[in-house]
Write a protein that binds this ligand. Structure first.
Ligand code: ZN
Length: 438
C-alpha cells in the first residue's frame, strides 16, 4: 500500500515538473515575441503563405496589447499645457495624399509583366519607398505635425442654421498642422503583380505589418519597411512629437476589390453554383480584416470613402442612380466594417455636378443626405472652402508623385514640404522633367 502511494506520488510529482517546464517554456516564448522592438525599422518576419489568414481566423488576445501598448507614449506625448499655439480658421491646414507606395521600384518600373502604360501610370501617380521615407523626414524636419482630418472641420447649428466651421486647432509652439491621406488602400490585385505589398495584418507584437511577396523569390514575409502604413507607424514611434493627440493619417477606401487586402466585396458576377462558397470565403475575409481595422483605429488611423467603384462623379454617364447604388454598396460593404465617416475623397479628383464649389447639384445633395460633409479633391494647394448653401466643405490636397516631382512648376509649392531635387528617386525611368535649368 505504502509502495503504491509513493509510486503515485512520484508520478504526480513528475507530471507536475513536466507541466511547470511547459509553462516556463510558453512564458519565455511569449516574452521573446513581446520583446520585438517596435522601433526596429529593419524588422521582418518570414511567414508561410496563408499563415496570416490562419492566424486571423482565430482572433487571439495577443492582438489587443494591454498596459504596455507603445502607442500610449505617442498619444500622450503632448500635454494640454503644451498646446498653446492657436491655429485659426484662416490659417491653412496643409494636406498631402499618397497612393500605395512602390515597394520594389526596379521591378515595378522595369521588370514586371505590366504594360508600358501601366508602368508609366505608376511613375505618374506613386512614390517609391525611398521617396516616401524622405518626404516623411522632410515634413517632420520642417515642423509639421500630423492632425486628424476629423478635427479640422465641425458641423455646428446656430442662429444662421446648420453649417460647417473650420476649427481652431491648439498646437505646440512652432508646429504647423498637416493632414495625410492615403488613397486606394485596397491592395488591388493588379498592384500585387507590380511590386507592391499585398495586405495589412496584425503581427504577434500587436502592431500593423504589411504582408509582402518578394517578386523575385516569391517568398512571403511580413514587413514594416515596405508599406506606407507601418512606415508611418514606425516613424511616429521614433518621433512622437510628429503627432497631435496620436493622429496618423486617413485611408480613402473603395470597396469593389475589398479593403486593406481582404476580399470583402460582394462580386456582381459570381458564377452560378458557387454562391455559397463565395459567401463563406467572403465572411472569412470579413472576420480576418476586423482585428486589423480595430488596431488601426486604436492607433490614430481613420477612414473615409473613395466611393465603392472608384466612380467618376463628374462624368455625365455617372448619373444620380449610379451614385446612389454605389454609395449604398460602400455603406453596406465598407462603412459597415470601418464605421461612420463624413469624408468623401473624389476618385480622379472629379467634382460632381460640374462645379461643386458654386453649385450644389443632385449628386452632392444626395451625398450630403447620406452624411458626407467634407469633400476632398486634388489640386495645386491645400485650398478649402465652406459652402454657403449646404453644410459642407470643399477641399483640395497636394499629391507628391511622379507628375509633381518631375514638374518645375510644382517645385515652389512643394518646397514648404521638401526639396524636390532631394526627394526624386533616380531609379525612376528616364522620362525627363521640366525643372529649371541653372
Ligand atoms: Zn483613387
Amino acid at each position: 500500500m505504502q509502495q503504491y502511494i509513493s509510486r503515485r506520488f512520484i508520478m504526480f510529482f513528475m507530471i507536475l515538473v513536466a507541466v511547470l517546464a511547459l509553462v516556463f517554456m510558453l512564458v519565455h516564448y511569449a516574452l521573446d515575441n513581446k520583446g520585438a522592438d517596435p522601433n526596429d525599422a529593419a524588422a521582418t518576419t518570414p511567414v508561410e503563405e496563408g499563415s496570416a489568414d490562419l492566424a486571423a481566423d482565430t482572433p487571439e488576445p495577443t492582438a489587443t496589447p494591454s498596459a504596455a501598448d507603445p502607442y500610449d507614449a505617442v498619444k500622450n506625448y503632448w500635454s494640454e499645457s503644451q498646446l498653446t499655439q492657436a491655429w485659426g480658421p484662416d490659417q491653412v491646414v496643409e494636406h498631402l495624399f499618397f497612393h500605395p507606395i512602390i515597394a520594389y521600384p526596379k521591378y515595378a518600373f522595369y521588370e514586371s509583366g505590366a504594360s508600358e502604360s501601366q508602368r508609366l501610370g505608376l511613375d505618374d501617380w506613386m512614390v517609391t519607398v525611398d521617396e516616401y521615407n524622405k518626404i516623411l523626414q522632410s515634413v517632420y524636419d520642417k515642423g509639421f505635425i500630423l492632425v486628424a482630418m476629423e478635427d479640422v472641420w465641425s458641423e455646428v447649428t446656430d442662429e444662421s442654421g446648420t453649417h460647417m466651421v473650420r476649427n481652431t486647432l491648439m498646437l505646440p509652439e512652432g508646429k504647423k498642422p498637416l493632414i495625410i491621406s492615403f488613397d486606394d488602400v485596397n491592395y488591388y490585385p493588379y498592384m500585387l503583380e507590380e511590386g507592391f505589398t499585398s495586405k495589412l495584418v496584425v503581427g504577434d507584437d500587436g502592431e500593423i505589418w504589411a504582408e509582402c511577396t518578394d517578386p523575385y523569390t516569391k517568398e512571403v514575409f511580413l514587413t514594416k519597411d515596405l508599406d506606407a502604413t507601418p512606415i508611418l507607424d514606425q516613424f511616429v514611434y521614433q518621433h512622437p512629437d510628429f503627432s497631435l493627440n496620436g493622429a496618423k493619417a486617413i485611408f480613402s477606401l473603395t470597396g469593389y476589390e475589398g479593403i486593406l487586402g481582404y476580399r470583402t466585396q460582394i462580386d456582381s458576377e459570381i458564377p452560378a453554383g458557387t454562391e455559397a462558397e463565395f459567401e463563406a470565403n467572403r465572411q472569412k475575409e470579413i472576420e480576418a480584416v476586423k482585428p486589423v481595422i480595430e488596431r488601426l483605429k486604436e492607433t490614430g488611423w481613420t477612414f473615409g470613402s473613395h466611393t465603392w467603384g472608384h466612380i467618376n462623379l463628374a462624368a455625365e454617364s455617372t448619373d444620380l442612380g449610379w451614385v446612389q447604388k454605389d454609395t449604398e454598396k460602400w455603406l453596406d460593404e465598407v462603412g459597415s466594417l470601418v464605421g461612420p465617416t463624413n469624408i468623401l475623397f473624389y476618385p480622379h479628383g472629379a467634382r460632381p455636378d460640374g462645379d461643386d464649389w458654386h453649385t450644389t447639384g443632385p449628386k452632392m445633395q444626395y451625398l450630403h443626405d447620406k452624411g458626407f460633409r467634407v469633400f476632398a479633391s486634388v489640386g495645386i494647394n491645400s485650398f478649402s472652402y465652406i459652402k454657403q448653401d449646404i453644410s459642407a466643405v470643399i477641399c483640395d490636397r497636394l499629391h507628391p508623385d511622379g507628375t509633381t516631382l518631375r514638374s518645375g512648376a510644382c517645385i515652389q509649392e512643394y518646397s514648404k514640404f521638401y526639396d524636390t531635387y532631394e526627394i526624386f528617386d533616380p531609379i525612376r525611368p528616364d522620362l525627363g522633367n521640366t525643372w529649371p535649368t541653372s
